[in-house]
Write a protein that binds this ligand. Sequence first.
Ligand SMILES: Nc1ncnc2c1ncn2[C@@H]1O[C@H](COP(=O)(O)OP(=O)(O)OP(=O)(O)O)[C@@H](O)[C@H]1O
Ligand SMILES: [Mg+2]
Length: 273
Amino acid sequence: MTTITICATKGGVGKTTVTANLGGYLADYGARVLIIDADVQPTLSSYYGLNDPPASNGLTHLIQSATTADAISHTNISRLDLIYSDDPEGELQHWIARTPDGRFRIRRALENLQDDYDFIFIDTQGAVGGLQDAAIIAADLLVSPITPEMLSAREFLRGTVQMLERLGDLRYLGFERPPLIGVLNRMDKTRDAQDIAGQIHELATAHPELDIHIAATAIPATVAYRKAASIQTPVHRVESKRSGPTPSALETMQNLVQNLGIDIEKITREEEA
Ligand SMILES: Nc1ncnc2c1ncn2[C@@H]1O[C@H](COP(=O)(O)OP(=O)(O)OP(=O)(O)O)[C@@H](O)[C@H]1O
Ligand SMILES: [Mg+2]
């Protein structure tokens, strides 16, 4: 089981889009996937339709009881399950802050799912706080979408480093911060976007001590992502063929999965065996 947390200090960069579509892609290709909505605004929770009535519990129960019992809902995508967000007032941030082991609760709850899932994705809110820390502590890998806007490269690096530094002292508790992969999202062909993408690659390479890598694949800005969201379908199903030079969403997901070091064929082979 690999747990991947999608995090960024900025809002609106594509965290939920990436979580939903990577999850949907891997499930369609045979992996057992759980997506967890750890954002106060429950966008991921309703990204896909549900097969059955929702589970009686969601994120609050997962954190407060450190268990996923009665908190797993089944989406209408085969093999794709969901833990929904049920914290509209943002109470969990406070609860985690005043609970001594609050930041370790997600990690502990997920330990029991080792045999149930190949991948767990945790979507977070674009900010820093106890809930985001808890999602990072639970992760084997962090993925940060970056949109190529003016100043975005430096902001990305500064914000990301600050976010990870918050957790530095946890090394005394045996916590090693997971590697982070930045993924350029909503890339267009403008000179600006290309320049900023280049700067981000350079900055990451110039600071190997940060252990931040930028995925070779960028996600293009295309209408397919919005369309897929509005019809509650994984984007690779909506755009499986390319028209023109821009890679199709299917190709983009395939490449991205490879960039994240995921061997999907190995997983499907194991599942069949
Ligand atoms: N590659 C893309 N091409 C076109 N539109 C995109 C792309 N990625 C995301 N979007 C659109 O951008 C908007 C923001 O994306 P999304 O909700 O995934 O961001 P977020 O980081 O989760 O935001 P928040 O911080 O509010 O949770 C959405 O309307 C989404 O459909
Ligand atoms: Mg979101």
